[in-house]
Write a protein that binds this ligand. Structure first.
Ligand code: ATP
Ligand code: NI
Length: 321
């Protein structure tokens, strides 16, 4: 059984003037010991998907579909039930570490708290375990008494990783864990995270803009566009540049936007989630669009083993007539 099985998830926000369709018909599974990357341009709905799994969404939301966690639908759980899962079985590292840490509590306390509250450890046990964890994430335990403002961005991110992993959850949702870090720190953090996760057999949903990071550590990659998953498959199959005929034109464009592949900007504008384009949502920006792409909304199609693409023409034998 998959750890997480998301089926036909719709997450829509209702405001006075419009409906923001942040997630549309999302299907995604995460297996045990698996790292899945969720990539896509800003505003496409990645964070919302992560927050939906944790049921951390504002009250103006409408949720449809299901998110099965070990067979139980998270969307049907009571507040009490979901609270027992949050932090304990599913951990989350939020996008902004500065805002997620408590500014008036020493960092050591914030890690020890997880052991006390979620695992019922005594104060002494919790402190001991927190100390061990600080060593594992590369922070001198002597700094446990310090406050978040005394830490650099990279060090704060290490504290967040310690908090996220303290209870050894089954799944860690990491939302842009390397945002704002320089290149060297970015790779330090990502290597640290993937090592700790693999060692503890934790699965991870890694939300990122950074395709190179996703390529380096993910088993599979899901590409999101305008609230939909438009391609999902094994990392090597997604990143395979020479197989253009099997990669979604949008995923292709993302790959070619990487500095090492020519830094080609993607033309056109990111669509608004409150007025989505007809047909294929990418068609207004797609260099390969055909006539019916503006009318027919493509379904996900398996074009290779475990590789699905939402495009009318990819992988179809008459592609180059
Ligand atoms: N409570 C809300 N009410 C209305 N719209 C919302 C709400 N929360 C998020 N949105 C909208 O949902 C869309 C998707 O946001 P989301 O944060 O998931 O994007 P993202 O892919 O994570 O982008 P980024 O890469 O910039 O973090 C955005 O257009 C955002 O404005
Ligand atoms: Ni986000």
């Amino acid at each position: 059984m998959a750890l997480i099985e998301i089926k036909n998830l719709n997450v829509h926000f209702y405001s006075r003037n419009d409906i923001v369709k942040a997630n549309n018909g999302v299907d995604l599974s995460i297996g045990e010991n698996e790292i899945v990357g969720l990539i896509g341009e800003t505003g496409c709905g990645k964070t919302i998907l992560g927050r939906a799994i944790m049921r951390l969404l504002s009250p103006n939301v409408s949720l449809e579909g299901s998110i099965l966690y070990l067979g139980r639908n998270i969307l049907d759980l009571t507040q009490q039930e979901i609270q027992a899962i949050r932090g304990r079985e599913i951990g989350m590292i939020l996008q902004n570490p500065a805002a997620s840490l408590n500014p008036v509590l020493p960092v050591g306390e914030q890690v020890a708290e997880v052991f006390r509250c979620h695992l019922g450890n005594s104060v002494a046990e919790a402190e001991q375990k927190a100390k061990g964890l600080f060593e594992q994430v590369g922070i001198d335990p002597a700094r446990m008494k310090e406050y978040p403002h005394q830490f650099s961005g990279g060090m704060k991110q290490r504290v967040m990783i310690a908090i996220g992993l303290a209870a050894t959850p089954k799944l860690l949702i990491a939302d842009e864990p390397t945002k704002g870090l320089d290149k060297e720190r970015k790779w330090q953090i990502i290597t640290l995270m993937s090592d700790l996760i693999r060692k503890r057999s934790v699965s991870m949903l890694l939300i990122t803009h950074d395709l190179e990071i996703a390529e380096a550590i993910c088993d599979r990659i899901a590409v999101m566009y305008a609230g939909e998953i438009i391609e999902i498959g094994r990392t090597a199959d997604i990143m395979q540049r020479t197989l253009h005929s099997t990669t979604h034109p949008y995923a292709n464009a993302l790959i070619h936007a990487l500095p090492k592949y020519g830094m080609m900007p993607i033309p056109g504008e990111i669509p608004s989630l409150s007025s989505l384009p007809s047909g294929c949502r990418f068609h207004p920006r797609c260099a390969e669009r055909r006539e019916d792409c503006s009318q027919v909304h493509p379904e996900m199609r398996e074009i290779q083993d475990n590789h699905l693409v939402r495009c009318l023409y990819r992988g179809v034998s008459n592609e180059h007539p």
